[in-house]
Design a protein. Sequence first.
Lengths: 112, 115
Amino acid sequence: GQNIDQPTEMTATEGAIVQINCTYQTSGFNGLFWYQQHAGEAPTFLSYNVLDGLEEKGRFSSFLSRSKGYSYLLLKELQMKDSASYLCAVRTEGSTLGRLYFGRGTQLTVWP
Amino acid sequence: GAVVSQHPSWVICKSGTSVKIECRSLDFQATTMFWYRQFPKQSLMLMATSNEGSKATYEQGVEKDKFLINHASLTLSTLTVTSAHPEDSSFYICSARTRKTYEQYFGPGTRLTVT
C-alpha cells in the first residue's frame, strides 16, 4: 500500500519560519505535491517536485529527496492567513491517470 | 488559470434519496477527473478516477453501484450518491487534469449532509 506521513499539527508565530515534513513509502514515485487547504474549502496547489532539490516560489519552498522518501515545505515570513491544513501528496509511477495519494494533512496555526 | 466548478456547494437530503453532484472544467478540457471524499480533520480519500467516454475506475472499498460516476464530456463529470445514508455525509471534492499537465485542479467541494 501507499504510506504518506506528516505531522498532525504545528504552531508558529507571525513572521517566523516553519518547516512541515513529509515522508512517503509508495510503490513507485512520479512526483510530490504540496497543497494548502483552508477549512471548508478545496485544496489549492502550492508546489511540485519530481527531481531532488529545492524549489522556491516566493515565501514558499519545497524540498525533495527521493532516496530518503522525504520532502518538506518551508514557509517564510508567516502571516495569519497561512493558518491552514497543508497536504502532502504523491503521484505513483506508472499511472498515466495521475492518481494522487494524500497524507492526512498538517494543521498549521499561526499566532500573532 | 484553470478553473473547476462544482454544483451544488452544499446539499441536505433525506436518508434513502439520491443526490447528484456536478463537476465542470470551465476553461479547459479535462481528460481525467477524480472524485475524493474528505471526512472532518482527515485527508482526501480518492474514490474513483474517470476518463471521458469510459467507465470510472473505483478505489478498493468504494461501492460502484452506490457512487455512480459519469464522465460524458471533456468538461463535465457527475457523481450520484444513490440511496444516501447518514454515514455518506461528507465533503466531496472533484479535481481535473489534462493530458499535458501534471497538476490537478480542484473544485470548491460539495458538502453533503444526509439526515
